[in-house]
Ligand binder design. Structure first.
Ligand code: ADP
Ligand code: ADP
Length: 225
């Protein structure tokens, strides 16, 4: 149960409104993309859902629980951002294990879960490598493994492919879709790339100037009159 609902969400930086009266639902297991030009409020929305920015108004509900005021570390939400910020001195395995160690997960279970997460992202062979010895795409996969290993109720991905070259970006689109389907995880995905949103999403929400301008399936959003 990880249905996400944003009701009349208002977000501000100081007195400056960034997001106004946002209403948005993501069904259990659905992948919804937030699409729109730079500055329209996509990242701000993600930060509020993650618990990194307190709303000025409105509510955030996840799996029927009101999480509007729940601290970020108690939301069971996995995050993958554009700058994947791996720990440079830790191996792939230890980067992925990090959140489980914080949660004091026992060793046998920790090994099993890190092993499973690395398998899902296709990095089983690279467990011992340091980030510096991985390609950009592989590093982004480590970041993804780190997010899914905690078995999140929701995955937030903010422009996760924008640091990759064009070829890898295309490959990773397919990978992300496969992983999302395989895990059945609810996903909110930020991009400013229309093609990416079209290829990945069950539903696309187009934002402009802090508000939702249009939403629907890729077919609905891109249907030509
Ligand atoms: P997007 O992710 O769609 O590019 P953002 O959510 O980053 O947009 O930004 C939405 C609005 O909030 C913009 O007007 C931006 O300038 C402003 N904003 C974003 N982050 C901050 C911040 N830390 N302090 C002040 N204003 C911010
Ligand atoms: P995005 O990829 O979301 O467009 P940016 O590159 O615009 O991100 O912003 C990078 C960082 O700067 C973010 O942490 C964002 O919150 C912050 N930021 C964006 N706009 C402003 C602003 N007007 N004032 C202060 N900080 C901002």
């Amino acid at each position: 149960m990880s249905h996400l609902q944003l009701d009349h969400l208002h977000l501000r930086y100081g007195n400056a409104p960034a997001v106004e009266d946002l209403n948005l639902e993501v069904q259990d297991g659905e992948l919804v993309s937030l699409l729109g030009p730079s500055g329209c409020g996509k990242t701000t929305t993600m930060r509020a859902v993650a618990g990194l920015l307190a709303p000025a108004g409105g509510t955030i509900t996840l799996g029927g629980q009101d999480i509007t005021r729940l601290p970020a570390n108690r939301r069971d939400i996995g995050l993958v951002f554009q700058s994947y910020a791996l720990f440079p001195h830790l191996s792939t395995f230890e980067n992925v294990a990090f959140g489980l160690r914080l949660r004091k997960v026992q060793d046998a279970e920790l090994r099993r879960r890190v092993g499973d997460a690395l398998e899902v992202v296709g990095l089983s062979e690279f467990a011992a490598r340091l980030p510096a010895n991985l390609s950009g795409g592989q590093q982004q996969r480590v970041a993804l493994a780190r997010a899914i290993v905690i078995e999140p109720r929701l995955l937030l991905l903010d422009e996760p492919l924008s640091n990759l070259d064009a070829k890898l970006r295309l490959d990773m689109r397919g990978e992300l879709r496969r992983i999302q389907r395989e895990l059945g995880v609810t996903m909110l995905y930020v991009t400013h790339d229309q093609d990416e949103a079209l290829a990945l999403s069950d539903r696309i929400v187009i934002m402009r100037a802090g508000r939702i301008e249009q939403q629907g399936t890729p077919e609905q959003v891109y249907a030509r009159p």
